[in-house]
Design a protein around this ligand. Structure first.
Ligand SMILES: Nc1nc2c(ncn2[C@@H]2O[C@H](COP(=O)(O)OP(=O)(O)OP(=O)(O)O)[C@@H](O)[C@H]2O)c(=O)[nH]1
Length: 467
């Protein structure tokens, strides 16, 4: 039974279905508070309130501490990546925290001046939604330089702005227009509008990386919390629900920040498994083809290093390596092999008569003929000039003579069609030696073959000599 599993193989239909399902999940998650808001809107008892100052103070104190912590982590991410989005996220968290904190601090003032207590909430959400929108607009922009990142001035300026907003809200709370519903509605509605713009831009721009999806879900929750605040009244359940929805958005966004902190410290350099797998696959394809190219180059280099460039026969170095290997094999397996030493006859005359270029072509033609007459596992090498050698693994003296004779005759009868010289006659003298019979070292068998070759020359050339 085949138990193998092909990892990464995904049929297109399943891939599509899971993508659509994932999109539904994200939308469902982002919009889930709608059901709660609708439920309270239609079914809550307007008289039901939960006015617990201590609970509110503790909750806002917790939110303040958390806000400062998340602002700090975002700032660390920003310092590392310099990503403008993270700068704006840091400012968003910081601004929200500094403007929101008085909302908790003034809980006790709820009966003295309800607006001093209430207005810091929408003001903080408005400030944060603006800063997050600017952050989204800066998504994928060039990172800030290291100098810009550590410059304290803009940060101090922004902290001053947030404190000024705190003072402005206090002034507003004591002004005659504080009680106008338009004030709260403008701030909360503004936050809702900016969140909606934020989300629309993300959808239009098809920004879909996992961290930005987290960002989008939290923006949706912030927007819905503003809607719940608009529909709620201080201390009633819708009002508390609005706090909870906002807290949910805050938790999710801070989860994204923590994820960024533990990975790339960036929202743009995506923490995206799919992209990473794709990049890895592409890198592997590139590596694979580079490796193949390297192997081809190596083979080419090996070929160049072991062959004679003119004739394509093995060169002396490579031939000696092969003979060494053959000697080792012959000794190990108690085998024999033979060798032919070949020298073209009166080659100088061919050169002198027809020119060096024709001489070159004759050398090439001879190697071609030689290769046709030997067995597939025999090899021919050019030892220099017009001297050649043939290695005949596992050949007896008789077989070596037969092959030598074949080469001699083929050379004698060769018609070098490609060489435009009429009646060019070429012959070759051959000396044969055999491993064992003529010695067991490379020197002795080479010498024996050479001596017989010279004897062949002495005996009138164009012959094969074995003794
Ligand atoms: N065209 C060409 N000629 C070469 C090459 N290498 C050596 N030669 C020539 O080969 C000739 C060898 O001449 P010799 O050593 O006198 O030998 P030979 O004329 O063949 O006479 P025997 O060996 O006695 O039959 C010389 O003229 C060399 O210049 C080469 O690569 N190309």
């Amino acid at each position: 039974m085949d138990m193998s599993v092909t990892i990464g193989e995904r049929p297109e239909s399943i891939r599509r279905a899971t993508k659509i399902y994932a999109a539904f999940l994200i939308a469902g998650f982002a919009l889930s508070p709608v059901a709660l808001i609708a439920y309270l809107y239609f079914f809550q008892d307007p008289a039901l309130k939960f006015e617990n100052h201590l609970f509110h103070e503790i909750a806002i104190a917790g939110a303040t501490i958390e806000g400062l912590f998340v602002a700090y982590v975002s700032w660390r991410c920003y310092l590392s990546s310099g990503e403008p989005l993270l700068r704006w996220l840091t400012l968003g968290f910081l601004g929200f925290t500094l403007i929101y904190a008085p909302h908790g601090a003034f809980t006790g003032m709820a009966h003295h001046n309800i607006w001093l207590f209430l207005l810091y909430g929408p003001a903080s959400r408005l400030a944060m939604s603006i800063l997050l929108l600017i952050g989204l607009l800066s998504f994928n922009q060039e990172p800030d330089t290291p100098e810009q990142r550590v410059n304290p001035r803009p940060w101090l300026a922004w902290i001053a702005v947030f404190l000024v907003v705190d003072v402005a809200v206090a002034i507003l709370a004591y002004s005659p227009i504080a009680s106008s519903p338009a004030v709260r509605l403008a701030m909360e509605g503004g936050a809702l509008l900016f969140s909606a713009v934020d989300l629309s831009l993300m959808l239009i721009g098809r920004i879909r990386s996992p961290l930005m999806t987290v960002f989008g879900i939290s923006i949706a929750l912030f927007g819905l919390s503003s809607l719940a605040f608009i529909l709620g009244k201080p201390w009633n359940h819708m009002w508390w629900l609005a706090h909870a929805i906002f807290a949910g958005g805050f938790f999710i966004l801070s989860y994204g920040i923590i994820k960024a902190f533990h990975t790339t410290r960036s929202f743009a350099n995506i923490y995206n498994q799919e992209e990473m797998v794709n990049r890895l696959a592409m890198a592997m394809v590139r590596t694979e083809s580079a490796l193949q190219e390297l192997q081809r180059s190596n083979q080419m280099l090996e070929h160049l290093a072991s062959t004679d460039p003119l004739t394509g026969a093995s060169n002396r170095r490579h031939f000696i390596e092969r003979v060494d290997a053959e000697i080792a094999r012959a000794k190990r397996d108690d085998l024999s092999f033979a060798m032919l030493a070949l020298d073209l006859d009166n080659f100088k005359a061919i050169n002198d008569r027809y020119g060096h270029q024709v001489g070159d072509q004759v050398l090439q033609g001879f190697v071609q003929k030689c290769s046709e007459e030997i067995r597939p596992y025999d090899s021919v090498a050019r030892m220099g000039g017009e001297e050649f050698m043939v290695l005949l693994p596992q050949a007896t003296m008789e077989l070596a003579v037969t092959i030598g004779e074949r080469i001699r005759q083929a050379t004698e009868n060769a018609v070098f069609e490609s060489i435009l010289v009429p009646k060019l006659i070429l012959t070759v003298s051959i000396g044969v030696s055999q491993f064992g019979q003529d010695g067991t070292t490379i020197d002795t068998i080479f010498r024996a073959a050479d001596e017989r070759l010279y004897r062949a020359k002495d005996q009138g050339r164009n012959c094969v000599i074995t003794v």
